[in-house]
Design a protein around this ligand. Structure first.
Ligand code: AVJ
Ligand code: FE
Length: 433
């Protein structure tokens, strides 16, 4: 087996172990329960992961007979909205487990025989990489479902590392052109492509994500009561949804507590704030006299190396993330405090861009110049437009297979179930360098 095939097999296995941890943590009744109208029952994600794998790797790449053509419609995310999925005749927990295992058996056989070159779908193992990322993305979704589930804690992980260096204030990123997106990263998805030059005027960006402690000041100073900090759309949502604090926060004496995966504790002031929507992020930034970064600013802060003028894969360079670089992969069940990842900082000193919390940026989700849908329009293109805002950098629940400096996530600006926070930016003042 080539080393690429070996890496693919390892990554498929890793994704499946994580899926199993998330599914096996609860009993069968819980697996078929819908914990929130925003989410599918966990058993849907489980079989959907197998169905996508069957469609792309067994049928398309492998040219093999379907395993279960009769269930395709149940697991087509466009046929049934999440809220309707519990009423479908879904595979039960045992059937779903048997199904995904039999698909995987065939896929490993396909992998053994396939030539990973020629056809763009298989060149560099792309289709396999896409399916690894797909399973890991659904694992993050399943983790978000766990966060929405009531009851005793069922997931365990060691706490994140402590702060190792003080990180505060902002970093000035010099103006000029930089390369955004990629044409060379083999498993980059269509919306990250192609690489293109963007001119970004000099700007200042926070050296770290906004923390719970900072966010508490915004709340205490009436940030949720002042329409002037909010966009019209954001204020309307703030009123109709009755927002008063990040999702999952509850009053605790003078302060706040936060229930995370079934465990309640006072909010940690030095951790990045998480479970805020785009509108809350934007309101905080306005209150702080700042703004959210544009998508190009975020990516320039994360990838631009002033010494070479080149865009790197990650803030720390081109190497794959290791546990000292970033809080990824559900190794911990929370963001780490600011300053916990000095080895992951960018050359200009911007910290924790990768991992910890997804970061809302001030951008609609659209295609880059020269965008071509690949291999299907329903991954990205059908979501392009003003309804979705972009998130960057991945969270503690994002696996490194589905996270890099160019990776783009998106959601509605009102959504808070994802592990999302933000950092602020601003234009430079005249004469400031
Ligand atoms: C990129 C996270 C928005 O979960 O809706 C999963 C990823 N696409 N199955 C999503 C995805 C198809 C997608 N996000
Ligand atoms: Fe999916």
């Amino acid at each position: 087996m080539s080393s690429l095939k070996g890496r693919i097999a390892d990554q498929l296995t890793q994704a499946r172990s994580r899926t199993a941890v998330l599914a096996d943590a609860v009993d069968d009744d819980d697996l078929v329960t819908q914990h929130s109208p925003l989410m599918s029952p966990l058993v849907w994600d489980l079989a959907h992961v197998g169905n996508q794998e069957e469609l792309w790797l067994v049928r398309d790449v492998g040219g093999r007979e379907p395993v279960r053509i009769d269930i395709d419609h149940l697991y087509d995310a466009f046929k049934h909205p999440r809220k309707d999925r519990p009423a479908l005749p879904l595979l039960g927990p045992a059937e779903a487990r048997t199904y995904v295992a039999s698909v995987r058996d065939k896929v490993l056989d396909v992998l053994d025989r396939v030539q990973l070159e020629g056809r763009p779908l298989v060149a560099d193992g792309f289709a396999f990489g896409m399916i690894v990322q797909h399973e890991q993305q659904h694992d993050e979704t399943m983790l978000a479902t766990h966060q929405l589930r009531a009851g005793e804690p069922v997931l365990d992980a060691p706490p994140p590392p402590p702060a190792r260096v003080p990180v505060a204030g902002e970093v000035i990123v010099p103006g000029g052109w930089f390369t955004m997106g990629t044409s060379t990263e083999p498993w980059a998805l269509d919306n990250e492509r192609p690489a293109h030059e963007v001119e970004v005027p000099a700007f200042a960006i926070d050296a770290a994500p906004v923390t719970n402690g900072q966010y508490e000041v915004f709340i205490a100073e009436g940030g949720y009561d002042e329409p002037r900090w909010w966009s019209a759309e954001g204020w309307a949502h703030r009123l109709s949804a009755g927002l008063v604090a990040p999702m999952h926060w509850v009053r605790d004496g003078d302060g706040w507590a936060y229930t995370r995966f079934g465990r309640t504790a006072p909010v940690a002031r030095d951790e990045p704030v998480v479970h805020v929507c785009f509108h809350e992020a934007r309101a905080y930034a306005a209150w702080a006299g700042r703004r959210l970064p544009t998508e190009a600013e975020w990516e320039k802060a994360a990838r631009f190396d002033p010494a070479t003028g080149r865009s790197r894969r990650f803030p720390w360079g081109d190497e794959e993330p290791d546990p000292a670089h970033a809080n990824l992969g559900q190794r911990h069940l929370s963001p780490a405090p600011v300053g916990a990842y000095p080895a992951g900082a960018s050359p200009l000193g911007v910290h924790q861009l990768i991992g910890d919390v997804w970061e809302w940026v001030d951008a609609d989700f659209t295609g880059y110049p020269g965008f071509v849908a690949f291999p299907y329009q329903e991954y990205s293109e059908v979501f392009f437009g003003p309804e979705y805002k972009v998130l960057r950098g991945g969270s503690f629940g994002t696996d490194q297979a589905a996270c890099r400096g160019t990776f783009r996530n998106w959601d509605y600006p009102i959504r808070r179930q994802i592990f999302a926070g933000f950092r602020c930016a601003r234009d430079l003042r005249p004469g400031e360098v």
